[in-house]
Design a protein around this ligand. Structure first.
Ligand code: 2NL
Length: 353
């Protein structure tokens, strides 16, 4: 950039020359830094406009007033031009930075194969589709839960072993043992009953957490799906029919379901829910200990205490609930010997699905 004119004398011609020089310098600035330099050269402490200020003093009073006003106008005009040019360049620099930093997450690197959903997500999606086809809605809720929604509301007394730190992963928040990672999806059902009046026909899928040491059959985090039906006049027959319809819809016509008496604090009566062993199709094998049946989950009629805790009148409404592990179901369907492979991300495993 040529040196800016630094006039000793103060006249119209000199002012016009400074303005022309500054305007050209601003227009020619290619970076925000060049705008700053051009601005300093004219408007800064040692700038040419500042030099004019000194020259003002030697003018006669009338002339000084007129020239001072013109000088101020010029200063404001150049300031505005500098601001406008800076804004323009900032915009350009930002666009260039965004373009340079753009990361295409859908781009497949040479030699890489495109990914797929995890086997558990695929299984959960298929289960949701089956239940939606049967008239259920899908509900979700928080993973970090209160002990009230996880235990008290489910008729699980304070002394129940499921509550002890042995099974439950507590979060250090609030009163000791008041906040936890949900050990089942049942708190979502409690929240659903609290938030809307029956009838309810809903399934709640999601991740749950237990303090389990990983082995072939256990991982400290797994996925579950539970179902809840609340309406007038719901019976155990409706529960058995729903389990049967689901089993046929999801596994196909060769797989049957059966219920056997069981105990859960939140249902009465309660039952274990077994299906034909998919490995031997009921003939008996090692996986099903020669029984021909595999336990999938549990179910039962919702306990009146659970209804009362959730604000549902058990004199008016009845209902049933059921729950089973999604990982366990996938393990059976795909004959996965060791559950830990689900979290390993070993390509020899994940590329099979
Ligand atoms: C199992 C057994 C079950 C439920 C879950 C439930 C929820 C509410 C009220 C009553 Cl809010 N019951 N859920 C009932 C029976 C069994 O799960 O073995 N799951 C893996």
């Amino acid at each position: 950039m040529p040196d800016s004119p630094h006039p000793a004398a103060f006249d119209d011609q000199a002012v016009a020359a400074v303005e022309a020089h500054a305007t050209a310098a601003l227009a020619g600035a290619r970076t925000v830094e060049e705008v700053r330099a051009a601005q300093a050269e004219v408007l800064g402490k040692r700038g040419s406009l500042t030099a004019f200020n000194a020259a003002l003093g030697s003018l006669p009073p009338a002339e000084r007033k007129r020239s001072g006003a013109r000088l101020n106008e010029l200063r404001a005009r150049l300031q505005a031009r500098a601001d406008a040019r800076r804004a323009e360049l900032e915009q350009v620099e930002r666009a260039a930075r965004l373009e340079a930093e753009r990361l295409d997450l859908t781009e497949t690197l040479p030699g890489a194969r495109s990914g797929s959903l995890s086997l558990i997500t695929q299984t959960q999606d298929a289960l949701e589709d089956t239940f939606v086809g049967m008239g259920f809605v899908v509900a979700e809720g928080p993973i970090v839960e209160s002990d009230w929604h996880s235990f008290d509301a489910l008729n699980i007394p304070k002394a129940h072993p499921a509550r002890s730190g042995f099974d439950t992963l507590y979060v250090d928040w609030g009163e000791p043992e008041s906040t936890l990672l949900r050990p089942h999806t049942s708190p979502v059902q409690i929240r659903l009953m609290q938030s809307q009046p029956p009838p309810i026909y809903a399934v709640m899928p999601g991740r749950v957490y237990r303090k389990d040491t990983p082995d072939a059959r256990h991982t400290p985090s797994f996925s579950q799906i539970e179902g809840l039906v609340v309406d007038r006049g719901i019976t155990f027959g409706d529960l058995a029919g729903t389990i049967d319809t689901f089993t046929k819809a999801y596994f196909g016509p060769t797989i049957n379901a059966r219920l056997r008496p069981a105990y859960f604090p939140f249902t009465e009566p309660s039952a274990e829910f077994e299906i034909t062993c998919s490995i031997c199709e009921g003939a008996g094998c090692r996986t099903c200990s020669q029984t021909g049946w595999i336990e999938l989950g549990g179910c039962g009629m919702v306990h009146p205490n659970v209804f009362r805790a959730a604000g549902v009148d058990p004199e008016v409404w009845t209902g049933f609930a059921f729950g089973f592990g999604i990982d366990r179901l996938a393990q059976m369907r795909y004959e996965i010997a060791d559950m830990r492979v689900l979290a390993d991300n070993d390509l020899r495993f994940v590329t099979q699905f």
